[in-house]
Design a binder for this molecule. Structure first.
Ligand SMILES: *Cc1c(COP(=O)(O)O)cnc(C)c1O
Length: 426
């Protein structure tokens, strides 16, 4: 039998005609091997054209985009520009990757975690308003910013969130790192708030190997972000500083990859949607497993970065009796780097045994299947942070998992993956 390659959750995928190499070569040929230059400028323009486009026939927007070294850096600078500092609080969606909340702590501020609603799995507007009012009562101040997250690309309830933000005069930083190209009401996510975060890490919708960008309302805001991203220098012949800045600008080499990737972004989005539709069709016949769909409200238009699903607790999965018996020795998921070794195989908040068994079973079939993000308010590092939740995200963490959805995933792969799931349920 032919040996299968592992099907990963989402892998970087270069354009057929190697446009990335062309632009990277240009950087070398013109000696722009620095964190600025023609590729950075052109990539920013490509991104601005993309985010400003609307598919409802109305006038395009006029947002500016600043390219940065990572999506995490984009969150950090957006919060800084919102005036977040020591002693402040920021309302962050709890159900997310740590890059949404960690930058709050870089600034000496505290995250206030907001639970999710069940429809989009994103920030619950009702809990958001409850949190804002309660923080005002308890601390005397309103939170300084609101960070909703487009989890797995799904748009948040942006109308409701913006209405609350406007009511209390609190800026919104949209974390659209996973939601690049998702739209709400025809408009690209990241263009609704004061700032919008994009990520070009290796596993996102497009990649620059590593990188990110901040969508800004106007040129003035973009200039301020650019200033902070280049060590905050004042215009003297020598280096004069009136603020603390960061070295967060994108490399011109990386931006070359980004320019090439922009030529396939629309294809990638279409492919992710296609894969999701096929999963929805094939998984419909299985009982006990539920794919996370977007609301039927036609304003929602998710990119379906990853396919997320849930498994009912009463579904038996092969090998679940042995789940969590052994300490995991390798990283679950794609993140490279050093992981602390741990003493125990379990924590007080983890996916159900059948979900863990499904992950292990699928790994044996060479399919990467990953738990959904563990809510931030359940992370030991955020012990003691305020959280406003109905328990929706914690419930989803116990039953949720993600399936591969990147450009490399073929129709045949999806059929194979669904067959493997059926086998696991037998
Ligand atoms: C990937 C990601 C980011 C930013 O990540 P970088 O790896 O720093 O580019 C931010 N928020 C969320 C929710 C993400 O998934």
């Amino acid at each position: 039998m032919e040996e299968r390659n592992t099907i990963y959750l989402c892998l970087a995928h270069m354009s057929e005609n190697k446009m990335e190499e062309k632009y990277v070569q240009e950087a070398f040929d013109t000696n722009w091997v620095v964190p600025m230059g023609p590729n950075v400028n052109a990539f920013e323009q490509n991104l601005a054209d993309f985010v400003n486009s609307k598919n409802d026939g109305s006038e395009p927007l006029d947002r500016k985009v600043v390219c940065l070294s990572s999506g995490t850096a984009a969150v950090h600078l957006a919060l800084l520009a919102c005036g977040v500092g020591p002693g402040d609080e920021v309302c962050v969606q709890s159900f997310t990757f740590c890059a949404s909340s960690h930058p709050v702590t870089y600034l000496g501020a505290k995250p206030v975690f907001i639970g999710s609603e069940i429809e989009t799995w994103n920030m619950d507007p009702v809990l958001l308003e409850k949190a804002i009012l309660d923080r005002k009562e308890k601390t005397g101040k309103y939170p300084k910013a609101i960070v909703p997250v487009a989890l797995y690309g799904m748009p948040y309830k942006i109308d409701e969130i913006m209405a609350i933000a406007d009511k209390y005069g609190i800026p919104v930083v949209e974390d659209a790192a996973e939601g690049m190209g998702s739209r709400f009401n025809g408009r690209i996510l990241g263009t609704f708030g004061k700032y919008g975060v994009l990520s070009f890490n290796g596993n996102k919708m497009i990649t620059t190997s590593g990188g990110g960008a901040l969508i800004c309302r106007n040129a003035e805001d973009a200039d301020e972000i650019l200033w902070y991203a280049t060590q905050a220098r004042d215009s003297y012949p020598y280096y004069q500083h009136t603020a603390i800045g960061y070295n967060y600008r994108m490399s011109n080499v990386c931006a070359g990859i980004g320019r090439g990737q922009m030529t396939v972004l629309d294809d990638h989005i279409a492919h992710h949607k296609h894969v999701q539709a096929l999963y929805e069709k094939l998984l419909a016949e299985l009982t006990g497993i539920h794919i996370h769909k977007q609301p039927t409200d036609s304003r929602y238009d998710a990119n379906f970065w990853l396919c997320a699903a849930t498994l009912d607790p009463d579904v038996h999965i092969q090998g679940q009796e042995n789940a969590y018996k052994e300490v995991v020795k390798t990283a679950v998921g794609g993140a490279a780097g050093v992981m602390h070794t741990v003493e125990t195989a379990t924590t007080d908040c983890q996916p159900n045994e059948n979900v863990e068994a499904l992950r292990v079973f699928m790994l044996g079939k060479k399919v990467e299947c990953r738990p959904v993000w563990k809510p931030m308010h359940k992370q030991p590092v955020y012990d003691g942070c305020a959280a406003y939740t109905d328990g929706v995200e914690e419930g989803l963490f116990k039953i949720g998992f993600c399936l591969p959805a990147g450009p490399y995933v073929s129709d045949d792969d999806v059929r194979y993956i669904v067959d493997c799931i059926k086998e696991a349920m037998r």
